[in-house]
Design a protein around this ligand. Structure first.
Ligand code: FES
Length: 143
């Protein structure tokens, strides 16, 4: 029997909100899946469709973008831009045979540590249910 599958989750987090919520979750000792790698951004508007696809190519089993609440983005519409890019990337993922639900956008205020923990757990569970990202399986075959 092979090793049990442990999903890898990548979270692109805005420093003004979700990243602070992640920090707070840590200080509140909220339990969430340890399999998440957090990428800190100035604003989710910085995240490109290509960054999202690259995260999957690099072996993530699930990816999420977490930005400020709609209307609260410090760069006005960065989170709306991110929302559109997530939608576009989901479509592209579907076209190459990767389940679009491996990718999601969340809006998490800085004080909402429980929502951050719930987002990590939700995406970890999705990945666990879907199994390893097909690109990761291919890469591991080659390695
Ligand atoms: Fe947080 Fe733009 S500053 S999403």
């Amino acid at each position: 029997m092979g090793e049990a599958f442990e999903p890898r989750v990548v979270a692109f987090c805005c420093r003004y909100c979700a990243y602070s919520a992640a920090d707070l979750a840590g200080s509140m000792r909220l339990e969430y899946s340890p399999n998440v790698r957090i990428v800190k951004l100035m604003c989710t508007g910085k995240v490109d469709t290509l960054h999202l696809l690259k995260a999957f190519e690099d072996g993530a089993d699930a990816v999420f973008v977490a930005g400020c609440e709609e209307g609260d983005c410090h760069f006005l519409e960065g989170n709306l831009r991110a929302k559109r890019r997530v939608k576009q990337a989901k479509k592209l993922l579907g076209e190459v045979g990767i389940e679009p639900e491996r990718l999601e956008m969340f809006n998490i205020s800085a004080s909402d540590a429980p929502l951050f923990a719930a987002a990590v757990n939700e995406m970890t569970e999705r990945a666990r249910r879907l199994g390893p990202n097909p690109l990761r399986k291919e890469a591991e075959k080659v390695a």
